[in-house]
Design a protein around this ligand. Structure first.
Ligand SMILES: NC(=O)c1ccc[n+]([C@@H]2O[C@H](COP(=O)([O-])OP(=O)(O)OC[C@H]3O[C@@H](n4cnc5c(N)ncnc54)[C@H](OP(=O)(O)O)[C@@H]3O)[C@@H](O)[C@H]2O)c1
Length: 228
């Protein structure tokens, strides 16, 4: 049987690094995209690492690394936080930067890899979302106690719409999941973080293997389906 191929962005550390590690441990071929050097990533010898910023990298290197192989899984994981928590004094550069990473990056990388995804029998794009992207929950005030930036909440919600748009255009043959990984103990950790990124990565890779979700899903790795 053909070895499955997964591409993971933002894999220098945190959740992306652990997803790449877990896929490799489960026998996948893995190509990562990361901005800077990462000793932890370099230590996983079976992984092919492509250097680049998802917002503006030359995509030729990634496409060369993939070659003619089908891409079975694309994990658009790269993400950034923000500091602006009040309407007064919001920084346009922070909003633009977060939009570029959370929306433009996944859109351009998914678009570039679309022919490779279509070569797979069951392609899946996982856009790493957040529970904080849920319009329903935010409108109900569920996360009001969390000191999250406007840039993060607004652009992660926009990324959820990107997932919906992609599923509407590409589905059901290309499946698109918006996945909240859990409250991870990483550099982006929320105040209530309580999950090791390696545990979340194991849950994601297990879920990919089970293939029980609908072609378009918004879900939390520890809570199940989330309201959009
Ligand atoms: N932590 C949580 O509790 C939590 C909860 C919900 C959702 N998430 C989401 O999970 C994903 C991973 O976050 P994390 O917690 O693992 O945070 P993290 O440890 O800060 O990792 C973020 C990763 O994204 C990379 N990255 C950022 N901007 C990039 C760009 N323009 N191009 C390429 N790579 C870029 C970073 O690379 P550098 O090393 O180069 O900066 C790093 O590898 C994010 O999308 C985040 O929004 C996290």
């Amino acid at each position: 049987m053909r070895t499955q191929l997964g591409v993971v962005t933002g894999a220098s550390r945190g959740f992306g690094l652990e997803v790449a590690r877990e896929l490799a441990a489960n026998g996948w071929d893995v190509i990562t995209v990361s901005r800077g050097p990462s000793a932890a990533l370099d230590a996983i010898s079976s992984i092919t690492s492509v250097r680049g910023d998802v917002t503006d990298m030359d995509l030729d290197g990634l496409l060369r690394a993939v070659g003619e192989r089908p891409v079975d899984l694309l994990v658009n994981n790269a993400g950034v936080g923000g500091t602006g928590r009040h309407l007064h004094g919001l920084d346009r550069a922070e909003l633009d930067g977060a939009f570029a990473v959370h929306v433009w990056g996944p859109a351009r990388i998914s678009g570039a890899l679309l022919p490779s995804l279509r070569r797979s029998a069951r392609p899946l794009v996982v856009n790493v979302s957040s529970r904080l992207a849920s319009l329903n929950r935010q409108a109900a005030g569920e996360y009001q106690q969390l000191p999250t930036s406007y840039a993060y909440r607004v652009t992660k919600a926009a990324q959820n719409m990107l997932s919906i748009c992609m599923a509407n255009e590409l589905g059901p043959s290309v499946r698109v999941w918006a996945v909240h990984p859990g409250r991870l103990r990483t550099a982006l950790a929320p105040a209530d973080a309580d999950v090791e990124p390696a545990d979340a990565a194991r849950r994601l890779v297990a879920l990919v293997g089970e293939d029980t979700k609908t072609p378009l899903s918004y879900l939390s790795l520890d809570e199940g389906p989330l309201p959009w």
